[in-house]
Design a protein around this ligand. Structure first.
Ligand code: HEC
Ligand code: HEC
Ligand code: HEC
Ligand code: HEC
Ligand code: HEC
Ligand code: HEC
Length: 271
């Protein structure tokens, strides 16, 4: 057992060294050379990442499986074989749809919404949110979004109770279930129960629960808040713009009507 492990780690190191060699040699041909220091940093990040710990090597992403060709900057296709659900949902999103249509990647320069000036040419792909070598999902949940997004709603998140909850769980390797990050609302965790053993995955389609808005109420808010509180928050455009930094003040008439209709239908007036 010990021997197998050490052979495994020797092999892994050899693969890393081989890849490093290719990257160093290969980099002479490209505009942006990778320094030894950058390689050391990448290798260190990878070693303690979910990938490094699960035998996913440099070559798993940097080598074409069929042709064995070396890929200098892998794209979403390199993740597909292991993370089909992430790739599929990402490709259906506002973020990823251009890649599905085989157009150039989305960039903030194409946006209608306000974006960070210095990010205008940043191309959207898995690595726009994930540092692919550390695979850190905490950074991906808020900090990454704010490298591009610059509207009032996004910027005001930091003043919300939700942001406090997220800050409290930042020490965990994955955002805790009680935290509310940008991703909790926009890339929600969902359960795929079509499989025999249901799995929890992150729905990477950021458009999915925007319209109709009740979708976010049911799938996200109501995990923690009551229905009325949630509706009265989400249907108040000012509170949305303020990123829910205060309790709702709206008292939806339509909601009362809906509730009355529901009570008539079920004959239940208990609440
Ligand atoms: C989970 C997939 C994955 C693994 C594992 C992986 N890489 Fe990468 N790597 C990528 C992707 C994707 C990019 C492109 C990032 C970009 O364009 O910004 C990249 C880019 C790079 C670059 C270019 C510099 C940069 O950051 O843009 C170097 C050098 C590199 N990887 C080295 C390595 C080494 C060495 C290992 C193993 C220790 C490794 N990678 C493991 C996916 C991976
Ligand atoms: C050879 C299979 C393989 C490839 C290729 C691969 N991954 Fe992974 N990935 C894994 C495994 C195994 C885990 C850890 C177990 C798990 O969480 O499912 C993981 C976990 C992750 C996580 C979660 C990390 C955490 O802390 O929970 C992210 C994010 C991730 N991968 C992103 C990517 C991206 C982006 C790519 C492509 C650039 C990629 N992976 C390519 C196998 C792979
Ligand atoms: C590389 C830059 C970039 C990053 C990183 C990024 N986005 Fe975006 N996002 C965009 C662009 C560009 C658009 C399109 C905006 C437009 O068309 O006006 C967009 C659109 C959106 C939309 C609106 C979708 C719609 O249909 O109106 C949401 C919601 C969103 N992003 C959430 C997020 C969240 C949450 C994160 C982090 C987990 C994130 N984004 C990370 C660039 C980015
Ligand atoms: C807009 C930002 C963003 C983009 C783009 C993005 N991710 Fe993620 N991803 C996240 C966040 C945030 C989480 C963690 C959310 C959570 O756990 O609450 C995550 C979680 C994951 C996980 C672990 C959870 C799971 O479903 O297994 C994997 C794997 C993953 N992403 C792969 C990918 C791949 C592959 C791509 C490209 C096709 C990609 N991601 C593109 C933000 C992003
Ligand atoms: C508690 C849930 C929640 C959190 C947290 C949250 N949002 Fe939103 N976001 C919403 C709702 C609700 C909307 C409005 C959807 C609509 O009106 O169609 C929205 C809209 C958006 C839009 C689209 C705006 C438009 O006009 O199309 C973007 C972009 C966005 N959010 C990004 C972010 C980012 C980035 C963060 C974190 C910094 C974040 N959101 C945090 C719930 C949330
Ligand atoms: C993971 C649980 C969770 C989710 C999901 C969640 N929230 Fe919250 N939310 C909280 C907690 C906890 C507080 C803080 C309550 C307190 O301190 O009184 C809070 C506070 C709020 C506040 C009041 C902020 C204040 O300063 O008083 C509003 C409004 C709100 N949430 C709306 C929403 C909406 C709308 C959604 C869905 C789009 C949502 N929340 C999703 C847990 C959650």
């Amino acid at each position: 057992m010990i021997i197998r492990q050490s052979i495994g780690s020797v092999l892994r190191s050899l693969m890393a060294i081989a890849l490093v060699a290719v990257l160093v040699l290969g980099s002479g041909l490209t505009a942006r050379a990778t320094t030894q220091q950058e390689l050391d940093e990448i290798t260190a990040q990878w070693q303690t990442s979910a990938h490094g710990l699960n035998d996913v090597n440099c070559a798993s992403c940097h080598q074409n499986k069929e042709t064995k060709e070396f890929i200098e900057t892998p794209n979403h296709e390199s993740c597909q074989s292991c993370h089909e659900q992430s790739v599929d949902t990402f490709l259906l999103s506002k973020h990823g749809i251009r890649l599905l249509e085989e157009k150039s990647p989305l960039t903030p320069a194409m946006a209608r919404l306000p974006m960070k000036h210095e990010a205008m040419d940043q191309q959207m792909n898995c690595n726009a949110c994930h540092n692919v070598h550390s695979a850190n999902t905490v950074e991906a949940s808020v900090d990454a979004c704010l490298t591009c997004h610059n509207d009032n709603h996004s910027l005001n998140y930091q003043n919300s109770k939700h942001a406090e909850l997220f800050a409290d769980s930042k020490e965990l390797p994955r955002p805790g279930a009680g935290a509310v990050s940008c991703a909790t609302c926009h890339l929600p965790r969902e359960v795929d129960d079509r499989l025999e053993t249901p799995i929890v995955y992150v729905n990477h389609n950021n458009t999915y629960n925007l319209k109709p808005q009740d979708r976010m109420v049911g799938d996200v808010c109501m995990n923690c808040h009551g229905i009325e509180y949630s509706y009265n928050s989400i249907f108040d455009p000012e509170l949305v713009e303020a990123n829910f930094d205060r309790s709702p003040t709206l008292e939806l008439q339509t909601f009362d009507l809906m509730k009355a209709a529901e009570e008539r239908r079920t004959g239940n007036t208990s609440n």
